[in-house]
Design a protein around this ligand. Sequence first.
Ligand code: ADP
Ligand code: MG
Length: 247
Amino acid sequence: MSTLQIKQLTKSFGNDTILEQLDLKVNEGEFVSLLGPSGSGKSTIFHLIGGLYQPDNGTITIDGNDIVGKKGSISYMPQSPSLFPWRTVLENVILAQELFEKPDKQKAIEMLKRAGLEDYIDNFPAQLSGGMRQRVAFVRSILSPQSLICLDEPFSALDEFTRLDMQKWLLSIWEEERPSVLFVTHNIEEAIYLSDRILVLGARPASVIQEITIPFNRPRAESLTLTEDFLQIKKSIYQTLRGTGND
Ligand code: ADP
Ligand code: MG
């Protein structure tokens, strides 16, 4: 388990300030979504947490330890799943483990089965559909030894039905293991359905302009998305985003 804390994070590219004094916290075992329009700096935040970029200002800690500029502190699933084409499904999902410790193949096989991939364990990525590849990448993040998982719009390339299935599947896995998750999306419904808490990013330079604690119990039924309470939250977020001039 891990707690991520970001304080006063500022990042510019040239004269363009993308993030300004951004504060963000993910508590142990918490599922937090960052919601913001395209181009608002969501992936940039992940690159900063992942140590790929250096911030202009601010601190990033995991369990109190400074991780600015340090790679390997988080499990990161990028916007497009980067599986190694020459490795089988099983070899891909134990990759992160191999770097740190002896891989637990049995657990990997168990997770792949739960992901509906039992018939594809020894196949190569090119033989899978887009949704399957997403699941492989996701199983890999869950199995990696870091306890903070950062998911960058993992479902945005999927069609609506596949996405709903994947969301339900993600929740069922998450509820079992309860890792700390920072989830990035531009989809309001997806954020509400999945999260304990949502942070809404404003227009550039981005900072958190609204924070919503989601009151719904778990496990969550899909029908939740049609309830009055759900729609009220959706409306509130929508109005916040409209207010920034981004919709
Ligand atoms: P999001 O993930 O919310 O869609 P990004 O974080 O990818 O947004 O990008 C935010 C802004 O930062 C965009 O305008 C993008 O062009 C710019 N940006 C991101 N990375 C770089 C970079 N390495 N160099 C210059 N500009 C960048
Ligand atoms: Mg992005």
